[in-house]
Write a protein that binds this ligand. Structure first.
Ligand code: COA
Length: 156
């Protein structure tokens, strides 16, 4: 059964805060840099709204089971060609754990891709923690390839 993908509305606030909380919790379990979900969920949601992000919600039998958010973005790096600077940026994607591996993430990516392409995007960008192998596998399967890699080294 395929999910229904629909635009987010103000009535999704409570659900969205829960999803963002869970997403942040999952990333915090993978990397110490991430703050606790309950500290950042409100802020993250407010930033998506302020940004004017496209937010799409996936439903199964009328129940929200995931979301994706993104917008048209432009890197300020003057060393990149215009084609590479302008892109559709997918900032967040989340599927509730009990609904994973059923194609819902792919449906959300497809829907956001079509939405951003319709607004003029000619390429898409998305990020994942290096430790998030599941997300990396899902993004590669969708056709994403690594572009830039950020390295970190703590200084004593
Ligand atoms: C990443 C995420 C959105 C994928 O959602 P999903 O609905 O499970 O993904 P799909 O079922 O559409 O899977 C699409 C492809 O991704 C790959 N994939 C997904 N989960 C995988 C896993 N656990 N192991 C290996 N490959 C996986 C597969 O190639 C899969 O295609 P296939 O089933 O035809 O083999 C989901 O795991 C999630 O919400 N993770 C927590 C939040 C997160 O890390 N978000 C990314 C950072 S913003």
């Amino acid at each position: 059964m395929s999910p229904t993908i629909r635009a987010h509305t103000g009535a999704d606030r409570h659900t969205m805060l829960g999803f963002i909380h869970e997403l942040q919790k999952a990333e915090r379990a993978m990397h110490e840099s991430r703050l606790p979900g309950d500290e950042v969920a409100e802020l993250c949601y407010a930033r998506l709204l302020d940004q004017g992000a496209e937010i799409l919600v996936a439903e199964m039998a009328g129940e929200p089971v995931g979301f994706v958010a993104g917008w048209l973005d432009e890197d300020d790096d003057p060393l990149q060609t215009d084609e590479w600077r302008r892109h559709g940026y997918i900032s967040d994607i989340f599927v509730a754990p009990s609904w994973r591996r059923r194609g819902i993430g792919r449906s959300l990516l497809q829907a956001m891709s079509a939405r951003l392409q319709g607004k003029g995007a000619r390429r898409l960008r998305i990020c994942a923690l290096a430790a998030n192998q599941t997300a990396i596998d899902a993004f590669r399967r969708f056709g994403f390839a690594p572009f830039e890699i950020t390295f970190d080294k703590p200084l004593s």
